[in-house]
Design a protein around this ligand. Structure first.
Ligand code: HEC
Ligand code: HEC
Length: 348
C-alpha cells in the first residue's frame, strides 16, 4: 500500500469511529431525557435553587425548624416579634428588661409576623440594609432601624446591639430572607399607594367611619382590648398613653392611610381593600388627631430638614407651612413647594 491509500483508509476509519461515537452519544442523551434526569422535582428546585421560589408563596412556618443553636435565635426572634410586651414590655416583671415603653407587639403593625405584603413586610428587609436614612442623615444598619421602631413605635429605648434580643430579631429577619431577591425588592414591600386627596383631613368624616368600621375591635375610645395575662393586646390601642409616640412612622397621616388601606378593617388586603383612598385618609387623620406619648428630642430628627417627609407631625420644617397643615394636609401644596424649591419629589 502506498502512502496515499494508507492516508485515505485511515481517514475513513476515523470517520467511522466519529460517527459511531455520535450515535452512542445521541442514544445516551435520549435515555437521560427519558428518565427525567434533567427534570427536577418542584420541591427539589425549591431547596436547591431559592431564586426560583416566589418569596411571597414560600413557607415561613417557624415550627418546622429543629432546635439547633442558630434556630433557637430565630425562634426567640419570632417569639419576641409576636409577644413583644411579654419579654421586653413595661410590665414584664424584670426592670432590666424593660425596653418597650408600651405593650404593643411588632406584629401589631408588621402583620403575620412580618410576612403580610403591604404592612411593612419584612421579607427581604435584610438585603436592603445598610441603607441611607433621612431621619438620621446617614447610612444606617438593620440594628439601628429596629431600634428606630423601639424608640418610636414602641415608645421605648434602644436594645443593645450585641444583646440576645437584638441578635434574635436579626436572626429572625435573616431567616425571613431566605427566598428574597438580592436587592430585597419584592412585591408587597412597604405600603400600598394611596391617592392622597388634595384637601385637609375631614375629622368629622373620620370619626363617623371609625365608629362604623373600627370601634368594634379597637373600642369607641380607641384603647383596644388588652390581653392582661399575656401582657399584650388582642386589639391594639390606636392612641393614648400605651400607643406609639409622635415620632413613629404611623403618626404620619400619609403612612397611616397607606397602612390602613391595605390592612384594615382586619382581614382587608392590598388586592381586596375594604376602604376607599378618601376613607383611609380621613381615618388616618382621625386616629392621629388624638393625644399620644411625645418622642424626646424630636428636633434632633432629620439633620437635613429638606429630607423630612411632608406629613411629619412635629417641627421644625424647611418650609413655612403651618404645623397643622403638616399634620392634616392638604399635602400637595407642600410637595409642590419641595419640587420647585429643592427639586425633590416627595410621596410621604
Ligand atoms: C405602631 C406600628 C409599628 C410597630 C409596633 C412596629 N413598627 Fe416597625 N415600622 C413601622 C412603620 C410605619 C415603618 C416604616 C416607617 C417609614 O416608612 O419610615 C416600620 C419600619 C420597620 C423596619 C424597616 C422596614 C423596611 O422595609 O425598611 C423594621 C426592620 C422594623 N420596622 C422592625 C420593627 C420591629 C422589630 C418592631 C418591634 C420591636 C417594630 N418594627 C414595631 C411601624 C411599626
Ligand atoms: C376585626 C377587628 C378589627 C377591626 C374591625 C379593625 N382592626 Fe385595626 N387591628 C386589628 C388587629 C388584630 C390589629 C393588630 C394586628 C395583629 O396583631 O395581627 C390591628 C392593628 C391596627 C393598627 C396598627 C397597630 C397600632 O397599634 O396602631 C392600626 C393603625 C389599625 N389597626 C387601624 C384600624 C382602623 C383605622 C380600623 C377601621 C377601618 C381598624 N383598625 C379596624 C383588628 C381590627
Amino acid at each position: 500500500m502506498n502512502f496515499r491509500s494508507f492516508k485515505k483508509q485511515s481517514f475513513r476509519n476515523q470517520l467511522i469511529i466519529l460517527i459511531g461515537f455520535l450515535i452512542v452519544l445521541l442514544i445516551i442523551i435520549y435515555l437521560l431525557f427519558q428518565h427525567n434526569i434533567f427534570h427536577y422535582e418542584d420541591d427539589y428546585v425549591e431547596l436547591k435553587d431559592p431564586v426560583k421560589v416566589d418569596p411571597l408563596k414560600a413557607d415561613y412556618d417557624i415550627f418546622q425548624l429543629d432546635d439547633s443553636e442558630e434556630n433557637l435565635h430565630i425562634k426567640y426572634g419570632f417569639e419576641l416579634f409576636i409577644n413583644t410586651a411579654q419579654y421586653i414590655g413595661p410590665e414584664n416583671g424584670d426592670p432590666e428588661m424593660k425596653y418597650s415603653g408600651n405593650n404593643l407587639s411588632c406584629t401589631n403593625c408588621h402583620l403575620n409576623a412580618g410576612t403580610k405584603p403591604y404592612s411593612g413586610m419584612l421579607i427581604g428587609v435584610i438585603n436592603r440594609f445598610p441603607q441611607f436614612r433621612g431621619r438620621e442623615n446617614k447610612i444606617g444598619s438593620i440594628e439601628e432601624r429596629i431600634n428606630g421602631c423601639m424608640e418610636r413605635s414602641m415608645n421605648g429605648r434602644v436594645l443593645p446591639v450585641s444583646g440576645n434580643e437584638m441578635k434574635a430579631f436579626v436572626a429572625y429577619m435573616n431567616w425571613l430572607n431566605r427566598f428574597a431577591p438580592e436587592d430585597g425588592k419584592i412585591k408587597g414591600v412597604g405600603y400600598a399607594n394611596v391617592k392622597i386627596p388634595n384637601r385637609r383631613v375631614n375629622l368629622e368624616e373620620g370619626k363617623t367611619l371609625f365608629a362604623e368600621k373600627c370601634a368594634s375591635c379597637h373600642g369607641e375610645n380607641g384603647q383596644g382590648v388588652a390581653l392582661r395575662e399575656y401582657k399584650g393586646y388582642l386589639y391594639p390601642p390606636l392612641w393614648g398613653d400605651d400607643s406609639y409616640n409622635n415620632g413613629a412612622g404611623m403618626t404620619r397621616v400619609i403612612t397611616a392611610a397607606e397602612f390602613i388601606k391595605a390592612n384594615m378593617p382586619y382581614g382587608a388586603t392590598f388586592e381586596e381593600p375594604e376602604l376607599t383612598d378618601e376613607e383611609s385618609y380621613d381615618l388616618a387623620g382621625y386616629i392621629n388627631s388624638h393625644a399620644r406619648p411625645l418622642k424626646p428630642n424630636p428636633e434632633r430628627d432629620f439633620p437635613d430638614l429638606t429630607k423630612k417627609p411632608v406629613s411629619t407631625p412635629y417641627p421644625p420644617y424647611a418650609d413655612n407651612f403651618p404645623i397643622q397643615q403638616h399634620q392634616m394636609g392638604p399635602f400637595q401644596e407642600i410637595m409642590e413647594f419641595y419640587k420647585a424649591e429643592y427639586g425633590m419629589v416627595k410621596t410621604k
